[in-house]
Design a protein around this ligand. Sequence first.
Ligand code: 0X9
Ligand code: ZN
Length: 319
Amino acid sequence: SSCTAPLTDNYMTFDQMEYYLAQLNSHPRVSVSSIGKSIEGRDIWIVHINRSGCEGQEPIGMTPRFAYSAMKRRTVWLEGGIHAREWISPAVTLQIIHNITHDCSMGRGLEVYVVPMANPDGYVHTWTNNRLWRKNRRNNPDSSCDGVDLNRNWDFDYGVGASPHPCGETYRGTSAFSEPETQALREAMLQVNSTGTLQMVMAVHSYGQLLLYPYGGPASNPAPYKEKMENLGKLFVNTVNKVHDKTYKIMNANELYPASGTSQDWAKGILKAKYAYTLELRSKKTFVLKPDEILPTGQEVLEGLKMVFLALAREKNTQ
Ligand code: 0X9
Ligand code: ZN
């Protein structure tokens, strides 16, 4: 529709994202706030879409008496933009925010929290200096190479399966949570986790068209609820694949390649989120996706998420 056009016509600069989020904040069901600042002082924004205005529209199968108020809140956390060059991630994440906000049928029975741009400094750098920059903009001491991979900096299985060298693309940093960006995400996730049951965490990346479930570390034991994560993941990819006939697949993260210190594994292993995923969006071969793929990528993911949200809201047992 025309009101989503600015979100799907082209990629937004960081300034445009901030402008969009500021406007969105005037919507009664939305609150936008900063969870902290990046190394270069940019805000990391979180969007909470609440259920006010959607009462009486609980999912089928959920007794109104238990819905929303009496029941422990079920929360969902979506993370976008932790890798700077994966522009389709914030673009799709913003579309998801738009959709949940403007459509009560999506995300019924759930409290949804979204960080669309977890690495603003890196993102700005991809617009101004280097389109293929991945990490944050840490000025590493005693090295001519900048940046820490924010998806190797989390304190679960930290270390092995991530580069110890500042010049590495997957440089893990000097210690777990050495970066203000991961610290801000951790604090916000702990806060959200304390307000309800964290049903699902999804980190949105590109590329590969894959849905990955934990663990991804080298010492990858089967994660709790592995079967359930596989089954819900299959529901997601099957739904996604009906929309534009694409070929998303589900697999174990460690089987793709071992990576430790990821937000997904921390969410699963430490926060005990029942479901944790890394979603790799389009394409099959490059980070540089043409703007005309923003809309279809968003459409397919939205259909998949709708199904997943319904399943999560209806589930009887929580974590
Ligand atoms: O390597 C990553 O951080 C993610 N892929 S990306 O190309 N977007 O950088 C994948 C992390 C998922 N975990 C494992 N593959 N173990
Ligand atoms: Zn990534």
